[in-house]
Ligand binder design. Structure first.
Ligand code: FAD
Length: 479
């Protein structure tokens, strides 16, 4: 009789858990997948990427309708938005994708799917719905939830997060958004475009503080152009529930301010979903904020228990969760010592225009004392962007002293797609010269990648030194 019920047990059926389950089961490991919600798919499908990108698309269509005159079209009459119809569309998209993440699909791959909340009994067993289940190896893929920050009065002020916004019945007439990270920024712009009066309050001096300030400032201008009122450099004092509205009090530039709105949305960071997991029973170490500690092979302090995705707190992206899931499959099934390498982890904030990046930005290069040069191109010089009426933004390429790419940031139309060329180039160690020499179809936004890569080559090519040498050759040949 086998010592354990399963070869591998996975707790949490989001991006990370589903990746591991599909890999291990197809490789023949007896796999158990446990999910506490009623559907598989996790935050990305139900409260994150999918609903937010669907909402953003609807908001963009409305924003384009507002701009009809710019495209030589008759002005479009804009009726107020029936938010119920918007959320219905969101649910429709979710339900199509849900089929890819269905119990039936995973069962057909050979995964045993169980619903319920898992908690460790010891390092090989968990309790689930009153029973004990054991596995040789475990994977914690329980994700994260919106943090409930310690703000005076917040506990008594009704507020929403990403868990509720996509399920509202009506469009809030006004909304205060606390937090200028990717979630706060994306939702602020989308709701403003749909007709909500949005005020965003951000603690630091820039929104999207993980991006370079000059890039984030373009995103800030885009938010403001859509009517979002933004307060930076603030210190929130307290919130109050005034019945018909909520009020937020804060200090900015030494003065106390207050703003009122119908709805309060809190997007002030994330916390790990480790409550109820009883990690102490398995002696699994966590960091100070409860994120699960892992090594580069995604192993926790118990070598046979892995963790991936948001639960580790490293890179809170679906593509990071999927990547880490793959590392676990290699280690747990093949026993290959494969390690996670985040050097070329891309990111994108789906504000319009989008802000995407890969590798180091200027701030990070400075912090590390790396010698770098910056090369940029504007979308205003890209023919396709002009034709599309989307000429805001620019690309910024950082090269090291040996002219190798350190990183790229793009603020502009479809930059989440444009960054993919850099993803391939960086992963394949393609030199900028090769990108500059490659033929790109005309007219495309992607030509901006070729142009920025060619920028430093032309500087070399048209340098005084090259010109002098050529002049000498021409003179020797005679005219
Ligand atoms: C508004 C918003 C927009 C986002 N947009 C993007 C985007 O555009 N691109 C991007 O890459 N990322 C985006 N993200 C981040 C992305 O959603 C997460 O990084 C991703 O979902 C993490 O996957 P995961 O598998 O780690 O966790 P999750 O997807 O959260 O899955 C964890 C699962 O574990 C379950 N669980 C928890 N505890 C237990 C337990 N004890 N027992 C059983 N089950 C349990 C949960 O119910 C959940 O289903 C967004 C996030 C938000 C909030």
């Amino acid at each position: 009789m086998p010592k354990y019920d399963y070869d591998i047990g996975i707790i949490g059926a989001g991006a990370a858990g589903l990746t591991v389950a599909s890999g291990t089961s197809q490789l023949g490991a007896k796999t158990l997948l446990i999910e506490k919600e009623k559907d598989l798919g996790g935050d990305c499908l139900h409260y994150g990427c999918v609903p937010s990108k669907t909402l953003i698309r609807t908001a963009r269509v409305r924003s384009l309708m507002k701009r009809a005159g710019e495209f030589g079209l008759p002005e479009a009459g804009l009726e107020p938005v029936d938010f119920k119809k918007v959320t219905t569309r969101i649910q429709d998209v979710i339900s199509v994708i849900q089929k890819h993440d269905s119990v039936e699909r995973f069962c057909s791959l050979g995964v045993k799917v169980e619903f319920g909340e898992a908690g460790f009994i010891d390092s090989h067993s968990i309790s689930l719905n009153g029973s004990t289940v054991s596995a040789r190896q475990w994977v914690i893929a329980t994700g994260s939830s919106p943090s409930a920050p310690n703000i005076q009065g917040l506990e008594d002020t009704p507020y929403i997060t990403n868990k509720e916004i996509f399920y509202l019945d009506s469009l809030p007439p006004s909304m205060i958004v606390l937090g200028g990270g990717p979630i706060g920024v994306e939702l602020s712009q989308a709701m403003a475009r749909l007709g909500t009066e949005v005020t965003l309050i951000q603690r630091s001096g820039q929104i999207l503080s993980r991006d370079d300030r000059d890039m984030a400032e373009m995103a800030l201008a885009a938010l403001r152009a859509d009517g979002v009122k933004v307060y930076l450099d603030t210190d929130i004092l307290r919130t109050e529930d005034k019945g018909t509205h909520k009020e937020v009090f804060f200090i900015q530039a030494g003065r106390e301010h207050s703003v009122k709105a119908h709805t309060l949305l809190v997007a002030l960071g994330r916390s790990p979903n480790s409550e109820g997991l009883r990690l102490e029973n398995a002696a699994i170490e966590t960091g100070p904020d409860g994120w699960i500690k892992v090594d580069r092979r995604m192993r926790t302090s118990q070598r046979h228990i892995y963790a991936a995705g948001d639960a580790t707190g490293a890179f809170q992206f679906t593509h990071a969760a999927g990547y880490e899931g793959g590392i676990i499959v290699a280690n747990a099934v093949f026993h290959l010592p494969r390690k996670a390498d985040y050097t070329w982890m891309p990111h994108c904030t789906y504000i319009d225009p989008e802000l995407a990046g890969i590798g180091l930005n200027e701030g990070q290069a400075k912090e590390r004392g790396i010698d770098y040069s910056v090369w940029t191109e504007k979308f205003a010089d890209n023919d396709r962007a002009l034709a599309e009426g989307e000429s805001r933004g620019r690309i910024k390429l950082l090269l090291d002293a040996k002219e190798r790419p350190l990183g790229v940031q793009i603020f502009g139309p479809h930059s989440g797609e444009l960054i993919n060329e850099w993803v391939a180039a960086m992963a394949g160690r393609v030199k900028p010269g090769a990108l500059a020499g490659a033929i790109h179809p005309y007219p495309t936004l992607g030509e901006i990648n070729k142009r920025v890569a060619g920028g430093f080559l032309s500087k070399k090519l048209f340098s005084d030194r090259v010109r002098k040498v050529l002049r000498l050759i021409f003179n020797l040949r005679g005219s």
